[in-house]
Design a protein around this ligand. Structure first.
Ligand SMILES: Cc1ncc(C[n+]2csc(CCOP(=O)(O)OP(=O)(O)O)c2C)c(N)n1
Length: 355
């Protein structure tokens, strides 16, 4: 398993990727933002201000390290647990919140489940909810790029649960045969809802599955942001230069529940959670940057407060945006609305109070 920084912030200088101090600090700030956004998201859901939320606390290194290795022209099909990937790609926090709030400013008009990202301007493809299905979309995009000789890479992330779906195997096979410029990133966060990873597969790892399809599988410490960046960067460079696909397994842990509708204490114990807390990706990266002398604990504290204030301000502002107009329920399905739907829409809109 590739690891650059150990749990206490020690590191092997030979493995450290070439990133400027400015980039390292940006990466750290993105990780903090995701952590605070997760806390805010759960709290808003509990207050009835968000319908649904999916936390990704503990998986910050995966999201930020991976997204940082992509270029703007690349395509990303992130998982619902990757808000940080959207932020790194340039999606403003306000736009991310519009998606979560399903309001009228949302890029997909409030039609997707919260955390099911879709941001065309930033090459983030609509997240398809059936687990595994987007892996086929990713391979299709990658193959199209190869066919058109576009020098771009398609990146997609998934949970380890997705590797049990038929689509995973079809996508991996097609990618291998056609050497599609795709990077499969499996965030092995140890659970698919309540099912532990050890019961998900009989293989010795998730990374090893790539061998059967004729390409490289790499296992990386998913709580080590520099290791994630390094592995994804090398897979992206390989894909861009015609070397074909890679499967990366990032070993991590989902600190919270599966979603705002889940209670993880029913299927896992506190000792396990405590053990993973000691491998916290942000604490580890903070320790590394502190050792390097470019960050202090008090600066982190100050930044966290600033980020909290920024998130709260943006939430309040986006809460003033109206919900989508009810009439939009009927639009964007047919170019010419059939008579029966037209009648239904008219009846619906004639009901009292509808505008
Ligand atoms: C085909 C399909 N089956 C079941 C579900 C319900 N479902 C939603 S998320 C999930 C677990 C996915 O686990 P994993 O792929 O490991 O990702 P994680 O949630 O851990 O990030 C399931 C079973 C679904 N969305 N699609």
């Amino acid at each position: 398993m590739l690891q650059v920084i150990t749990a206490d912030g020690d590191f092997d200088p030979k493995l450290v990727p070439d990133l400027s101090d400015e980039d390292l600090l940006k990466i750290h700030r993105f990780m903090l933002t995701v952590r605070r956004l997760n806390e805010k998201g759960m709290s808003l859901q509990r207050q009835g201000r968000l319908g649904f939320f999916m936390e990704s606390t503990g998986q910050e290194a995966c999201q930020i390290g991976a997204a940082y290795a992509l270029s703007a022209q690349d395509w990303a099909l992130p998982s619902y647990r990757d808000p940080g990937m959207c932020l790194v790609r340039g999606v403003p926090l306000a736009t991310l919140l519009d998606q979560l709030m399903a309001n009228s400013a949302d890029e997909s008009k409030g039609r997707s489940l919260p955390t099911h990202w879709s941001f065309r301007k930033w090459n983030v493809v609509s997240l398809s909810s059936p687990i595994g299905s987007k892996l086929l979309h990713a391979v299709g995009i990658a193959y199209a790029a190869k066919y058109k000789r576009d020098k771009l890479v398609c990146f997609t992330s998934m949970g380890e649960g997705a590797t049990s779906q038929g689509e995973f195997h079809a996508a991996m096979n097609f990618a291998g045969v056609y050497r599609a410029p795709v990077v499969f990133f499996c965030e092995n966060n140890q659970y698919a809802i309540s099912l532990p990873a050890r019961r998900q597969t009989a293989s010795e790892s998730f990374a090893i599955k790539a061998e059967a399809y004729g390409f490289e599988g790499v296992q990386v410490d998913g709580n080590d942001v520099l290791a994630v960046y390094k592995a994804v960067r090398s897979a992206v460079d390989k894909a861009r230069s015609g070397g074909g696909p890679t499967l990366i397994e990032a070993v991590t842990y989902r600190m919270g529940g599966h979603s705002s509708s889940d209670d993880p204490s029913v299927y896992r114990n506190d000792e396990e959670v405590e053990m993973w807390k000691r491998r916290d990706p942000i604490a580890r990266f903070t320790a590394y940057l502190t050792r390097k002398g470019i960050l202090t604990e008090s600066a982190v504290q100050k930044q966290s407060e600033e980020i909290d204030a920024y998130i709260s301000r943006t939430v309040k502002e986006r809460e003033t945006v109206k919900p989508p107009a009810p009439s939009t329920l009927f639009t964007d399905v047919y170019s010419e609305m059939p008579w029966n739907l037209q009648e239904e829409a008219e009846e619906f809109m004639a009901e009292e109070g509808r505008e």
